[in-house]
Design a protein around this ligand. Structure first.
Ligand SMILES: [Zn+2]
Length: 305
């Protein structure tokens, strides 16, 4: 396991390179240290290697000039490098596991567990705030939203600075921003764009949001404008069968409890499963591929808190 280079040397610098979190992995990084001391913001992307909008936003952020900022910007633009090159969805190809379910990881575990462990022990503790950039994977469409650890006011304040109106108060554990939150670091996970698309408007939405968070924590001059958040919880039904997925709702559609959200059918049109909403709310994301496998997430229903 390799330690990161020093984040604060007292000399403004832009350091780009690769680091080996484990014997097997090599990932790119950027450290941009401003002339003036200040907070350290960690930005990661590519936990899911085909969420290109988030990756491109992080790639652009690496061009930040040291003289523009106070403190240090640490960017890991593609954590799941192998999935990026192979255009895999959800998983790390080395072990078939979803890195964003593996935190806090294990030092002697599989590849994704080892990477999670490295992040939790070597990287997260060095940050004063953390943004883990995501977006709909190749097979997912979504309305932009920001996930934050439920009950963490400092994280919610980062979400308000980031600027997406819908904020998902997330429970559970195993994912990046919960693991960093448990170390006391305010953390958010913005989801922008879908189906792996990385159009200019969505990449800019991501980079603008990151810049507002940098203003909020005092890395950039000016006062971040604060968005009044609609805080929701998200309910995610999963597929009970493998087959063809026919959603009945579009992104943003309102739903009431009991309403049909979609059907899984066999290739001859027979119904294998009918998915009804357990919640009232609206559709935040949905699987857009016709093919669905058992246990895969079908939709996200956001319910106002
Ligand atoms: Zn993702």
């Amino acid at each position: 396991m390799t330690a990161l280079p020093a984040l604060r040397t007292g000399k403004p610098r832009s350091e780009l390179g690769h680091i080996k979190p484990t014997a097997e992995l090599e990932i790119p990084y950027a450290i941009i240290e401003g002339a003036e001391a200040g907070p350290c913001l960690l930005v990661t992307a590519g936990v899911h290697g085909s969420e290109y909008c988030s990756i491109e936003a992080a790639v652009r952020l690496m061009k930040t000039k040291p003289e523009e900022i106070r403190g240090t910007l640490l960017i890991l633009p593609i954590l799941n490098v192998e999935a990026f090159h192979r255009r895999n969805i959800y998983i790390m190809p080395q072990d078939g596991k979803n890195l964003n379910r593996m935190f806090p990881g294990k030092p002697d575990g599989t590849t994704s567990e080892q990477l999670a462990h490295w992040l939790v022990t070597e990287v997260f503790p060095k940050a004063d705030a953390y943004i883990d950039c995501h977006g709909g994977d190749l097979d997912e469409g979504l309305e932009p939203f920001t996930i934050f650890p439920a009950g963490c006011e400092k994280s919610q304040a980062l979400a308000a600075a980031f600027g997406i109106k819908i904020a998902v108060a997330a429970g559970g554990s195993g994912y990046t921003v919960d693991a960093s939150h448990k170390l006391g670091i305010p953390s958010i996970l913005p989801e922008v764009s879908g189906n792996g698309l990385w159009g200019e408007a969505t990449v800019t939405q991501m980079t603008d949001g990151i810049r507002r968070v940098m203003q909020h924590i005092g890395m950039l001059p000016g006062t971040a404008q604060v968005t009044k958040l609609d805080v929701v919880t998200m309910w995610v039904p999963t597929a009970s069968a493998k087959g063809l997925w026919y959603p009945a709702k579009d992104l943003g559609d309102r739903v009431i409890a009991g309403e049909v959200l979609g059907e899984i059918r066999d290739v001859f049109g027979g119904t294998l499963a009918t998915i009804r909403s357990e919640k009232a709310g609206f559709i935040l994301y949905r699987l857009t591929s016709l093919s669905v496998n058992e246990k895969e997430a079908l939709l996200g229903v956001g319910t106002p808190v």
